[in-house]
Design a protein around this ligand. Sequence first.
Ligand code: AKB
Length: 316
Amino acid sequence: MEKILIIGAGGQIGTELVLALRKLKGNDAVIAADIKEDCSDLIKDGPYIKMDVLDREFVRNFIIENKISEVYLLAALLSATAENNPAFAWKLNMEGLFTILDLAKEKHLKKVFWPSSIAVFGPTTPADNTPQVTVMEPTTVYGISKLAGERWCEYYAKQYNVDVRSIRYPGLISYTSLPGGGTTDYAVDIFYQAKMGNEFSCFLKEDTMLPMMYMEDAIRATIELMEAEESLIKIKSSYNLSGSSFTPKELAQSIQKEIPSFKISYFPDFRQKIADSWPNSINDDSARKDWGWSEKYTTEELVKVMLKYVDVALIE
Ligand code: AKB
């Protein structure tokens, strides 16, 4: 029987992945794990374990004793938080990955999912329609850790036959649980402020174009990648994935179509530099060709869904 462990299950992606995978595989087949003592009510309908991904022995014993077959390793510090604590970000983002890759190398795990990010790219990367294989000189701690992680995933896949799969996520837009510590987080916060009737103060300049994706597409991509035949997964580092790209101004204009009184102002902070180093748009031809990826949500569609479902109680 498949037994899945999601580490970092309390986060923005983790919460939604737990829900989606439990729907697909059954509640008991999907164990949620996070550093917090208790899990959120959203994922209370299945097993939960408090787990510090940096406690290598604990993680190893849990996976071996519980005969876990697949791990989704989502615990990480994102781009903005990582810049404020580089040493810890490097430790957290790398050590957990080695623990899991080693378990897969020792054949305790059949399959591993590890998320990469558009942060692997840098200012010298072609910014428009960024190719799968291109110049990669990230200038953030988060980006450096993701690029190093990608290289290690490919190394373990090629040297030790580890089945590890990965996606370079763009900014993810969702309403079920909040993002934390990312540079693309403005594109989620904006919906809460719009719904509360507040003017939104944006920490990026109005013309900062970034690749984004609606969470439902991102979760579907993750599950489709993990369910695909192993022979189809040609890229062992991480797949480019594209949803839609927009600037804060364009996003605000889409929101104004639904809420004409909505106002936005711009006060760029340290995150502007991070955003400026990332691509405007992503070429995901490899994901389309290898395992049949295609996105469903346009910017207009995601704006409509977000405005309908965002619950301001989540931030109060
Ligand atoms: C961030 O902004 O740090 C993340 C990412 C693009 O990986 N959302």
